[in-house]
Design a protein. Structure first.
Length: 110
């Protein structure tokens, strides 16, 4: 099933974080995202916009999406036109399908 058609589930219902091999397999389904392992295994993507206003508009769209899914990325607005999003499931200190669902839906926003 297309990840954009799925809905995030409560962290209590997931059980465990993914293995690195499982994460690598799902990463293929979210173009532009990379694995990051600074402490906790996560996925990350940088976005660049023409100006600050468009960067903020994108962050607001991501915020609405994240609220609807109940799963929130770490957001960093840097420089004047760049946004870095990092996803992991904080409650399980690693990656779950929820992270990839939100990443796929974020890709559809851009």
């Amino acid at each position: 099933m297309d990840l954009t058609q799925k809905k995030c589930v409560a962290c209590e219902g997931i059980g465990r974080a993914m293995t690195l091999a499982e994460a690598r397999a799902l990463l293929k389904r979210v173009p532009g995202w990379t694995l990051a392992a600074e402490g906790v295994l996560s996925i990350r993507r940088d976005f660049e916009f023409t100006d600050f206003v468009h960067a903020l508009e994108f962050v607001n769209k991501v915020a609405c999406l994240a609220e609807g899914e109940g799963h929130h990325p770490d957001l960093l607005i840097h420089s004047w036109n760049r946004v870095r999003l990092t996803l992991s499931t904080h409650a399980l200190q690693g990656l779950t399908e929820n992270d990839f669902i939100v990443a796929a839906k974020i890709n559809a926003l851009k």
